[in-house]
Write a protein that binds this ligand. Sequence first.
Ligand code: SIN
Length: 280
Amino acid sequence: MSTTQLEIIPTSGALGAELHGIDLAQPPAPATAKAIRGALAEHGVIFFRDQQITPEQHIAFAESLAPVNINRFFKPVSGHAQISEVRKEPDQTRNIGGGWHTDHSYDQIPALGSVLLAREVPPRGGDTVFASMWRAYDALSAGLKKTLEGLRAVHSSRHVFGAEARRQRDMGDRLGNAHLATQDAVHPVVIRHPDNGRRVLYVNPGFTTHFEGWTVEESKPLLEYLYAHASRQEFQTRFQWRAGSIAIWDNRATWHLAVNDYQGERRLMHRITLEGTPIS
Ligand code: SIN
């Protein structure tokens, strides 16, 4: 194990940083892993380039950051239950993660984040866009912040990973275990980030269904206002993948969206999800 001096280069004025000077084929020393976790908390999403690593090295790197969460819906990589395949074949029209969302908000303890490694990328397109939910929160008016302070929202996996959703979304063998899409979770609409105390807007278009105690119809206008606000370009960074690129994002502080603009080409990513800690 080696201790490494990282070079950290921000990728936009809102969030995101590229980390240079590290070879992830070797698990980072504890001090380096702590610095990577620190960069993740500060920047919301971090990127590495040109990492030619095996599935075992991918897992060892992820485990150096946090315990690994075994995803129950994504098809695992053969022989590696810890790694989910995020794949789109040339003849498929729908991609995985093509709308704004934050992973696992339907869990009682949402995942800390994911370590996504590009295995095969299309010759052009297939970027991922990330948005900062602390910047979205900070830019709200004092009045709306006060209104949101007391609210909680319901998050569900049913409409995304349940049997009907799976059929409609043309996911084929890419997703499974539809019968496990039964749980809902309730979280505050504004959380305090467990690592740095920042106030973060914690609703997302993928999994949030309504405010607790409100109907879906009553919730819709305010949720739609928040979604339009939070998806403003000034809160974003965009990542262009190459094979061997890695992104790690913080699910408690960011949204992401996989751009589906490479029809007829294959894109294959390996994703490891990291266990989170309780949010409030
Ligand atoms: C995801 O939403 O987890 C996948 C993002 C991507 O494929 O870029």
